[in-house]
Design a protein around this ligand. Structure first.
Ligand code: 4NP
Length: 164
């Protein structure tokens, strides 16, 4: 049977609150794992807020990622309405991000693009990616662990549902 979406490259936008911790890490971890599995993707990330617009990702997040072999280079920007046409899938880091994205979307087609990263966990049983901003090094390392696991599940989902 034909897969539901026939496209050559899937475009994914990862979204958190500030776009300086979780979603820049998600974009980076996912892109690396997707390239290892030969999946054609374009990735970006954005924040619900514009509090950190123009800033590099949080130093603690960049350092934690670097120690695991990931280089985060993104610059924070807020979600904009045109993201809903520019991207095929919009991936929320937590349930509040999910609700906020749902309130920005204005059509069923736009709402259908929004998913939660936690929907794709393979071995973890969290219902969101916890915000590490007020946490310590362990919290930043946990974000990487969770993103690696959910990225594998997301890659499997894309291979099953998109013809690439
Ligand atoms: P993020 O983390 O949503 O994973 O980027 C946060 C970054 C900044 C703030 C909160 C969460 N803040 O309150 O400035």
């Amino acid at each position: 049977m034909e897969k539901p979406h026939q496209i050559t490259k899937i475009r994914l936008l990862f979204v958190c609150l500030g776009n300086i911790c979780r979603s820049p890490a998600a974009e980076t971890v996912f892109a690396k794992l997707a390239s290892h599995s030969k999946l054609g993707v374009e990735v970006d990330s954005a924040g619900i807020s514009s509090w950190h617009k123009g800033e590099k990702a949080d130093r603690r997040m960049r350092d934690a990622a670097q120690r695991r072999g990931y280089q985060i280079t993104s610059i924070s920007r807020p979600v904009v309405k045109s993201d809903f046409s520019q991207f095929d899938l919009i991936v929320a880091m937590d349930n509040e991000n999910f609700r906020d994205l749902m309130s920005i979307a204005s059509t069923d087609e736009e709402r259908n693009k929004i998913v939660r990263m936690a929907d794709f966990f393979v071995k973890y049983r969290y219902d969101h990616i916890p915000d590490p901003y007020y946490g310590d090094a362990d919290d930043f390392n946990l974000v990487i662990d969770l993103l690696e696991d959910a990225s594998q599940g997301l890659i499997a989902h894309l291979k099953k549902n998109f013809s690439l």
